[in-house]
Design a protein around this ligand. Structure first.
Ligand code: ADP
Ligand code: ASP
Ligand code: MG
Length: 445
């Protein structure tokens, strides 16, 4: 039974018959999909239509628009070093606004819905504020609400620690809530909706010729997420890999197949280079003139790890007069804590200077087939050189090459590398046209 209201198909009455046999789907809607009350209404219409089509739905939502950034900005004005517990208490409010508004919008369409906070939905985490890991899912309340025929709306990004404290899962953490719920509920699908219709060969906001990838392996997607492609949070992809959940990344605003993130065997090709990712929020620190003896690097990086600060690139210079420099990068939002820690360790070790500077970005080329092809790195450096971009630091792995750059040249660098490897081409042949781009670029380098 359904009726059209406000352009939406609206189911009538609580719960549809045959609940257990209907597909169970977890859908996550991000901030960009919920920016205004109008957006919330559109999402509600979409959900009501899906329910009318016979699906049982658990919906995970983020804070509206830039709400999380705005909360962080208010806090920065009052206390940039606020206790992490208070930061989590504040940030969790963003998602709570969204769940209540979306549930209310669904009721307005006649669709029975219930909003649940992370802790009500059974998201149990460790004690690490701002970057909590999910320790267990106890979704009994979610199951009860589903059985009662309601659409269950869960606040993403938040959980409860063993001490009864509210924690948050790191930026973009609602993606992880969605995948963890899909795994715990044994859902048929986990759909992540945002303002893009899938995962592209580069951020489509930066590279107009970027191409949608139809299927991508967990490994490549993890690397992309780790290197800055914010379309999915890395921990969500890890959680999907471990629990064998296929993620479908789709657009809230248009219909289309999106991108399937799934296991390696199903990937369409093993191209040399697959995508370019970038991260605009990188800070660089250096301890200059520290003694060249065993244990120095350990002292520094153990102190940073103790503060739960993720260190990315590391370079240690050659020793001169028994001293050397250690430079490393962290996310810009970690700079205040990283600087404090580095200065403490620097004093202890008698460092000649401690440098800390924001204003960097990182551009990375990713592809599972890169490990065995030395021309790829040369091709990337040639593309950057041709674009007049200076490289500040380099790091490589089997599956990626990353370059640290000044933040203002990130867009230029992303486009140059994407073009050099012809990543925007339709239906490229595995390892042929893209390799050609790399080889010719190498020839110039
Ligand atoms: P949401 O608010 O729904 O969580 P996000 O802003 O976190 O959405 O993620 C979607 C954004 O990710 C897109 O607007 C796009 O600019 C960006 N993005 C970065 N890299 C990629 C990529 N490779 N493919 C698709 N989107 C990307
Ligand atoms: N609202 C949080 C953030 O902006 C979580 C999320 O969007 O997934 O990072
Ligand atoms: Mg996101």
């Amino acid at each position: 039974m359904s009726a059209a209201v406000d352009g939406c198909v609206q189911p009538t009455g609580p719960g549809l018959p045959g609940t257990e046999s209907r597909a169970l789907v977890v859908q996550k809607f991000g901030g960009s999909s919920l920016a205004t009350p109008d957006h919330v209404r559109r999402v509600a219409c979409r959900i009501a239509q899906d329910r009318a089509a016979g699906r049982r739905l658990v919906i995970v939502v983020s804070a509206m628009g830039d709400a999380t950034d705005e909360l962080l900005e208010s806090l920065r004005v009052l206390n940039p070093r606020a206790p992490a517990r208070e930061v989590d208490m504040l940030l969790a409010t963003g998602e709570q606004v969204s769940i209540a508004l979306l549930a209310s919008a669904l009721w307005a369409l006649g669709c029975p819905a219930v909003s649940l906070t992370g802790w009500q939905a059974g998201v149990r985490t460790d004690r690490v504020h701002r970057k909590a890991q999910i320790a267990a899912m106890q979704p009994s309340r979610v199951l009860r609400e589903l059985e009662a025929g309601r659409v269950v709306i869960v606040a993403g990004f938040q959980g409860l620690s063993p001490d009864g404290e509210i924690t948050t899962l790191g930026r973009g953490g609602s993606d992880t809530t969605a995948v963890a719920l899909a795994a715990a509920l044994g859902a048929d699908e986990c759909e992540i909706y945002s303002d893009v219709d899938g995962v592209y060969t580069a951020d489509p906001r930066v590279v107009r010729s970027a191409r949608r990838i139809s299927i991508i392996s967990y490994d490549e997607m993890m690397e992309m997420a780790h290197l800055g492609a914010q379309v999915l949070q890395i921990r969500a992809v890890e959680c999907a890999l471990v629990n064998d959940v296929t993620i479908i990344a789709r657009s809230t605003f248009t219909a289309g197949p999106g991108t399937r993130i799934t296991e390696v065997g199903a990937v369409e090709d093993h191209s040399l280079a697959r995508a370019v990712a970038h991260d605009r929020h990188v800070a660089r620190l250096a301890l200059c003139g520290v003694p060249d003896r065993p244990g120095v690097a350990h002292r520094l990086f153990a102190a940073l790890a103790h503060q739960h600060i993720n260190v990315d690139m590391i370079i240690q210079s050659q020793s001169r007069n028994g001293k050397n420099d250690i430079a490393f990068t962290v996310g810009s939002d970690e700079l205040p804590h990283a600087e404090e820690t580095a200065r403490g360790v620097g004093r202890e070790l008698g460092a000649e200077a401690v440098l800390a500077e924001d204003g960097y970005g990182k551009v990375s080329l990713i592809g599972a087939g890169m490990a065995s092809n030395p021309g790829v790195a040369a091709g990337m450096f040639a593309a950057l050189a041709d674009a007049g971009v200076n490289i500040e630091m380099i790091s490589t792995s089997e599956i990626k090459i990353s370059c640290l750059l000044r933040r203002e040249v990130v867009d230029t660098a992303v486009r140059a590398v994407h073009d050099a490897f012809n990543l925007g081409r339709e239906s490229p042949l595995p390892g042929s046209t893209r390799a050609g781009g790399a080889v010719s670029a190498q020839g110039r380098g």
